[in-house]
Design a protein around this ligand. Structure first.
Ligand code: ARG
Length: 290
């Protein structure tokens, strides 16, 4: 095991926006200029991969596949901790065809020694790290139920990984995955969008954080998919953020790396959704001083 962060990404070769399973998805905008959008998607995907590698991360790329355009969002593939990948069960038929592709890709990564075990979740819907975020500093998962993952998944995750979970149910269809509205940062702060969280989730957040660790995202921040970010040490990679958010994060000691991900936002996804971190460990860490 090394300290190099390792991410899975899925090649955007078959990416498009062909259906609508969340309110952000705009098949009409995509199909008005598919060639340009495909090109821009390739550029955005390459830029994201490069930004992660520039932070010292290594990226394993799996191939895209026909008829499953959202395969490009591997955050939804699995929950991964301590080398165990718990593979998703997707809510929508449009995405269920991704499950065998992710199972195969993750099994291949296990064979290469990048994972220890690959297993599929049973008895519930659960959309991977999209609805289950490991908080390394606090040593627990933040687990959402909502439009995609069912409440039953919370207990299955707790039992499977033998780690504490904090249940943060989602309030809206618009912020349909936890990673669209909630992002634990390496210094212990949580960047989050309050209207996306139920009263229960907001209470849980209050119970587990100090006031100065709670960074509220504005409407504008959330709509720019800035909360859907990848934090590696002091660097935060995200879709182009509003200037005020970048300044607030800089004040806290973070370097924000903006990436042009507009073609993926047409599907309701940003930087975090396009990655799946494979090397997370439950071993206690000391939070970075920002
Ligand atoms: N179109 C995809 C969906 O609705 C986008 C998924 C984005 N992934 C995420 N982890 N938020 O399922």
């Amino acid at each position: 095991m090394t300290d190099t962060p390792v991410f899975l990404m899925a090649e955007p070769t078959h990416y498009d926006v062909a259906y609508r399973i969340n309110p952000w998805m705009k098949p009409g905008v995509w199909s008005a200029s598919p060639a340009e959008n495909r090109l821009a998607a390739r550029r955005g995907w390459d830029a994201l991969k490069e930004a992660l590698e520039h932070c010292g991360a290594s990226v394993a790329a799996m191939p895209g596949a026909a008829a499953v355009p959202d395969l490009v969002f591997p955050a939804n593939a699995a929950v991964v901790l301590d080398g165990l990948a718990l593979v998703a069960r997707f809510r929508h038929p449009e995405r269920q065809g991704e499950e065998p592709h992710f199972l195969a890709a993750l099994s291949g990564l296990r064979d290469r020694g990048l994972l220890r075990e690959v297993r599929q979740i049973e008895g519930c819907f659960q959309e991977g790290a999209g609805d289950c975020l490991w908080d390394a500093g606090r040593g627990h998962f933040w687990v959402a139920s909502g439009p995609r993952s069912t409440t039953a998944s919370v207990e299955v995750i707790a039992e499977t990984f033998g780690q504490p979970v904090v249940h943060v149910p989602l309030a809206t269809e618009r912020y349909y995955h936890l990673d669209t509205c909630f992002c634990p940062l390496s210094g212990g702060e949580i960047l989050y969008y309050p209207p996306a969280l139920t009263a229960q989730a907001q209470r849980a957040l209050l119970d587990h954080t100090h006031p100065d660790q709670r960074l509220e995202a504005s409407d504008e921040d959330a709509e720019a998919f800035s909360v859907n970010a990848v934090c590696i040490g002091h660097t935060i990679v995200m879709a182009r953020p509003p200037a005020r958010l970048a300044a607030r994060l800089a004040e806290r000691g973070y370097d924000v790396v903006p990436v042009g991900l507009e073609p993926f936002m047409l599907s309701g996804g940003g930087a975090f959704c396009m990655t799946l971190r494979l090397d997370l460990s439950s071993a206690p860490v000391t939070a970075l001083a920002a």
